[in-house]
Design a binder for this molecule. Structure first.
Ligand SMILES: [Zn+2]
Length: 252
Protein backbone atom coordinates (compact mmCIF):
# COMPACT_ATOMS: atom_id res chain seq x y z
CA UNK A 1 0.00 0.00 0.00
CA UNK A 2 2.81 2.40 0.98
CA UNK A 3 4.60 1.69 -2.35
CA UNK A 4 1.39 2.53 -4.23
CA UNK A 5 1.11 5.88 -2.45
CA UNK A 6 4.78 6.61 -3.23
CA UNK A 7 4.30 5.83 -6.92
CA UNK A 8 1.11 7.93 -7.02
CA UNK A 9 2.86 10.89 -5.41
CA UNK A 10 5.75 10.59 -7.86
CA UNK A 11 3.41 10.61 -10.85
CA UNK A 12 1.59 13.69 -9.55
CA UNK A 13 4.90 15.49 -8.89
CA UNK A 14 6.13 14.65 -12.40
CA UNK A 15 2.83 15.87 -13.89
CA UNK A 16 3.12 19.15 -11.97
CA UNK A 17 6.73 19.64 -13.13
CA UNK A 18 5.69 18.99 -16.75
CA UNK A 19 2.68 21.31 -16.47
CA UNK A 20 4.72 24.13 -14.90
CA UNK A 21 7.47 23.62 -17.49
CA UNK A 22 4.91 23.82 -20.30
CA UNK A 23 3.40 27.02 -18.89
CA UNK A 24 6.85 28.62 -18.52
CA UNK A 25 7.81 27.61 -22.08
CA UNK A 26 4.48 28.90 -23.47
CA UNK A 27 4.61 32.27 -21.69
CA UNK A 28 8.28 32.72 -22.63
CA UNK A 29 7.25 32.30 -26.26
CA UNK A 30 4.10 34.44 -25.76
CA UNK A 31 5.07 37.15 -23.26
CA UNK A 32 1.85 39.11 -23.82
CA UNK A 33 -0.10 36.18 -22.40
CA UNK A 34 2.46 35.79 -19.65
CA UNK A 35 1.99 39.36 -18.46
CA UNK A 36 -1.79 39.05 -18.78
CA UNK A 37 -1.69 36.09 -16.38
CA UNK A 38 1.03 37.34 -14.04
CA UNK A 39 1.69 41.08 -14.21
CA UNK A 40 4.18 41.22 -11.26
CA UNK A 41 6.31 38.56 -13.01
CA UNK A 42 6.94 41.13 -15.77
CA UNK A 43 7.65 44.09 -13.50
CA UNK A 44 4.21 45.70 -13.39
CA UNK A 45 2.23 47.06 -10.48
CA UNK A 46 -1.54 47.45 -10.53
CA UNK A 47 -2.72 50.97 -9.69
CA UNK A 48 -6.43 50.62 -10.52
CA UNK A 49 -8.88 48.05 -11.81
CA UNK A 50 -7.56 46.74 -15.16
CA UNK A 51 -4.70 49.22 -15.06
CA UNK A 52 -1.04 48.25 -14.71
CA UNK A 53 2.10 50.35 -14.97
CA UNK A 54 5.75 49.44 -15.06
CA UNK A 55 7.14 49.52 -11.52
CA UNK A 56 9.05 52.73 -10.69
CA UNK A 57 6.93 54.81 -13.08
CA UNK A 58 6.76 58.33 -11.56
CA UNK A 59 3.36 59.27 -10.18
CA UNK A 60 3.06 62.36 -12.42
CA UNK A 61 3.49 60.18 -15.51
CA UNK A 62 0.73 57.85 -14.32
CA UNK A 63 -1.59 60.81 -13.75
CA UNK A 64 -0.95 62.31 -17.18
CA UNK A 65 -1.45 58.92 -18.85
CA UNK A 66 -4.78 58.47 -17.08
CA UNK A 67 -5.87 61.91 -18.25
CA UNK A 68 -5.00 61.02 -21.84
CA UNK A 69 -6.85 57.72 -21.48
CA UNK A 70 -9.97 59.46 -20.10
CA UNK A 71 -9.96 61.95 -22.98
CA UNK A 72 -9.46 59.17 -25.52
CA UNK A 73 -12.34 57.19 -24.02
CA UNK A 74 -14.68 60.19 -24.27
CA UNK A 75 -13.65 60.75 -27.90
CA UNK A 76 -14.46 57.16 -28.87
CA UNK A 77 -17.66 57.19 -26.82
CA UNK A 78 -18.87 60.32 -28.62
CA UNK A 79 -18.46 58.74 -32.06
CA UNK A 80 -19.91 55.31 -31.19
CA UNK A 81 -22.65 56.71 -28.95
CA UNK A 82 -21.22 54.80 -25.96
CA UNK A 83 -18.64 52.15 -25.19
CA UNK A 84 -19.87 48.56 -25.38
CA UNK A 85 -16.53 46.73 -25.48
CA UNK A 86 -15.33 45.33 -22.17
CA UNK A 87 -12.60 47.42 -20.57
CA UNK A 88 -9.28 45.87 -21.56
CA UNK A 89 -6.48 45.20 -19.11
CA UNK A 90 -4.08 48.05 -19.87
CA UNK A 91 -0.31 47.61 -19.45
CA UNK A 92 1.71 50.82 -19.67
CA UNK A 93 5.46 50.70 -20.17
CA UNK A 94 7.66 53.65 -19.25
CA UNK A 95 10.72 52.10 -20.89
CA UNK A 96 11.51 50.35 -24.17
CA UNK A 97 12.95 47.47 -22.16
CA UNK A 98 9.51 46.86 -20.63
CA UNK A 99 7.75 47.09 -24.00
CA UNK A 100 10.13 44.58 -25.54
CA UNK A 101 9.72 42.26 -22.58
CA UNK A 102 5.94 42.04 -23.14
CA UNK A 103 6.35 41.25 -26.82
CA UNK A 104 6.14 44.69 -28.45
CA UNK A 105 8.47 46.16 -31.03
CA UNK A 106 9.44 49.32 -29.13
CA UNK A 107 11.12 50.87 -32.17
CA UNK A 108 7.91 51.00 -34.23
CA UNK A 109 4.92 49.88 -32.23
CA UNK A 110 3.39 52.50 -29.97
CA UNK A 111 0.34 50.64 -28.67
CA UNK A 112 -1.76 47.65 -29.57
CA UNK A 113 -4.98 45.94 -28.60
CA UNK A 114 -4.71 42.16 -28.58
CA UNK A 115 -6.42 39.05 -27.19
CA UNK A 116 -9.75 39.97 -28.81
CA UNK A 117 -9.73 43.40 -27.20
CA UNK A 118 -9.05 42.08 -23.67
CA UNK A 119 -5.57 43.58 -23.44
CA UNK A 120 -3.93 46.85 -24.44
CA UNK A 121 -0.16 47.26 -24.42
CA UNK A 122 1.28 50.77 -24.47
CA UNK A 123 4.94 51.56 -25.25
CA UNK A 124 6.66 54.81 -24.15
CA UNK A 125 5.78 56.51 -27.47
CA UNK A 126 2.10 55.59 -27.27
CA UNK A 127 0.93 57.56 -24.28
CA UNK A 128 -1.06 60.20 -26.14
CA UNK A 129 -4.74 60.91 -26.62
CA UNK A 130 -4.47 60.21 -30.36
CA UNK A 131 -2.74 56.83 -30.04
CA UNK A 132 -5.00 55.68 -27.23
CA UNK A 133 -8.21 56.67 -29.00
CA UNK A 134 -6.92 54.87 -32.12
CA UNK A 135 -6.50 51.65 -30.12
CA UNK A 136 -9.78 52.03 -28.23
CA UNK A 137 -11.51 52.47 -31.59
CA UNK A 138 -10.11 49.13 -32.77
CA UNK A 139 -11.38 47.50 -29.56
CA UNK A 140 -14.86 49.03 -29.92
CA UNK A 141 -15.16 48.29 -33.64
CA UNK A 142 -14.08 44.66 -33.19
CA UNK A 143 -16.50 44.19 -30.32
CA UNK A 144 -19.42 45.74 -32.25
CA UNK A 145 -19.00 43.45 -35.25
CA UNK A 146 -18.16 40.42 -33.12
CA UNK A 147 -15.40 37.87 -32.93
CA UNK A 148 -16.84 35.67 -35.70
CA UNK A 149 -16.81 38.43 -38.32
CA UNK A 150 -13.31 39.45 -37.26
CA UNK A 151 -12.09 35.84 -37.41
CA UNK A 152 -13.52 35.45 -40.93
CA UNK A 153 -11.55 38.51 -42.06
CA UNK A 154 -14.72 40.33 -43.15
CA UNK A 155 -13.39 43.65 -41.90
CA UNK A 156 -10.68 44.75 -44.35
CA UNK A 157 -7.52 45.99 -42.67
CA UNK A 158 -7.75 49.30 -44.55
CA UNK A 159 -11.26 49.89 -43.13
CA UNK A 160 -10.20 48.95 -39.59
CA UNK A 161 -7.21 51.31 -39.71
CA UNK A 162 -8.97 54.09 -41.62
CA UNK A 163 -11.78 54.20 -39.06
CA UNK A 164 -9.26 54.29 -36.20
CA UNK A 165 -7.43 57.22 -37.83
CA UNK A 166 -10.71 59.09 -38.44
CA UNK A 167 -12.13 58.57 -34.94
CA UNK A 168 -8.84 59.53 -33.29
CA UNK A 169 -8.69 62.63 -35.53
CA UNK A 170 -5.06 61.87 -36.24
CA UNK A 171 -3.56 64.98 -37.82
CA UNK A 172 -0.58 62.98 -39.13
CA UNK A 173 -2.92 61.33 -41.64
CA UNK A 174 -5.92 63.66 -42.06
CA UNK A 175 -6.38 67.40 -42.23
CA UNK A 176 -8.71 68.76 -39.57
CA UNK A 177 -10.82 71.91 -39.76
CA UNK A 178 -11.40 74.03 -36.69
CA UNK A 179 -14.89 72.53 -36.33
CA UNK A 180 -13.38 69.03 -36.34
CA UNK A 181 -14.37 68.21 -39.95
CA UNK A 182 -12.05 65.68 -41.60
CA UNK A 183 -10.35 66.11 -44.99
CA UNK A 184 -8.11 63.82 -47.00
CA UNK A 185 -4.40 64.39 -46.84
CA UNK A 186 -3.62 61.82 -49.56
CA UNK A 187 -5.72 60.18 -52.26
CA UNK A 188 -6.65 56.56 -51.43
CA UNK A 189 -5.07 55.17 -54.60
CA UNK A 190 -5.02 51.45 -55.36
CA UNK A 191 -3.92 48.32 -53.51
CA UNK A 192 -4.86 49.17 -49.96
CA UNK A 193 -4.40 45.87 -48.10
CA UNK A 194 -7.50 44.04 -46.91
CA UNK A 195 -5.45 41.29 -45.34
CA UNK A 196 -4.20 42.08 -41.83
CA UNK A 197 -0.85 40.33 -42.24
CA UNK A 198 -0.15 42.17 -45.48
CA UNK A 199 -1.08 45.48 -43.85
CA UNK A 200 1.26 44.82 -40.89
CA UNK A 201 4.10 43.80 -43.18
CA UNK A 202 3.80 46.83 -45.47
CA UNK A 203 3.44 49.22 -42.52
CA UNK A 204 6.47 47.64 -40.82
CA UNK A 205 8.39 48.01 -44.08
CA UNK A 206 7.87 51.77 -43.82
CA UNK A 207 4.78 52.32 -45.98
CA UNK A 208 3.32 54.85 -43.54
CA UNK A 209 1.16 56.59 -46.15
CA UNK A 210 -1.15 53.56 -45.90
CA UNK A 211 -2.81 55.17 -42.89
CA UNK A 212 -3.50 58.46 -44.66
CA UNK A 213 -4.78 56.67 -47.78
CA UNK A 214 -7.00 54.31 -45.77
CA UNK A 215 -8.44 57.17 -43.74
CA UNK A 216 -9.25 59.07 -46.93
CA UNK A 217 -10.99 56.03 -48.42
CA UNK A 218 -13.05 55.54 -45.26
CA UNK A 219 -14.25 59.14 -44.94
CA UNK A 220 -15.02 59.31 -48.66
CA UNK A 221 -16.83 55.95 -48.74
CA UNK A 222 -18.80 56.87 -45.63
CA UNK A 223 -19.57 60.26 -47.18
CA UNK A 224 -18.24 62.20 -44.22
CA UNK A 225 -15.43 64.17 -45.80
CA UNK A 226 -15.84 67.83 -44.76
CA UNK A 227 -18.56 66.79 -42.28
CA UNK A 228 -18.49 67.33 -38.50
CA UNK A 229 -17.46 64.34 -36.31
CA UNK A 230 -21.02 63.41 -35.21
CA UNK A 231 -21.88 62.57 -38.84
CA UNK A 232 -18.94 60.16 -38.87
CA UNK A 233 -20.53 58.31 -35.93
CA UNK A 234 -23.96 58.03 -37.61
CA UNK A 235 -22.59 56.74 -40.91
CA UNK A 236 -20.09 54.42 -39.27
CA UNK A 237 -22.73 52.76 -37.09
CA UNK A 238 -24.95 52.24 -40.14
CA UNK A 239 -22.12 50.54 -42.02
CA UNK A 240 -21.49 48.26 -39.02
CA UNK A 241 -25.18 47.29 -38.98
CA UNK A 242 -24.82 46.28 -42.63
CA UNK A 243 -21.84 44.08 -41.80
CA UNK A 244 -23.40 42.39 -38.78
CA UNK A 245 -26.62 41.70 -40.70
CA UNK A 246 -24.64 39.51 -43.05
CA UNK A 247 -23.94 41.90 -45.91
CA UNK A 248 -20.40 42.48 -47.03
CA UNK A 249 -18.93 45.85 -46.21
CA UNK A 250 -21.29 48.43 -47.64
CA UNK A 251 -21.09 52.11 -46.98
CA UNK A 252 -24.34 53.93 -46.19
ZN1 LIG B 1 -4.43 50.61 -35.85
Amino acid sequence: MRKCVKIGTGVIAAAIVIAVGSIVAFTTKNPSIGVFLCSPCYGFKQTASNFYVERETPEEKIISFKEALDNATVQVKDVFGGIKAPTPKIFVCATKYCAKRIGMNPNGEKASVILAGRMMRVAPGGQSNTILSHELTHAELHHRVGISIMAQGLIPAWFDEGVAVAVSQDSRYLTLSKNGALHCLLEPGQNLPSDRDEWNKRAADGEHDLYARAACRVIRDLGVEDQPPRVLGDKLLRSLVNITSGQSLQMP
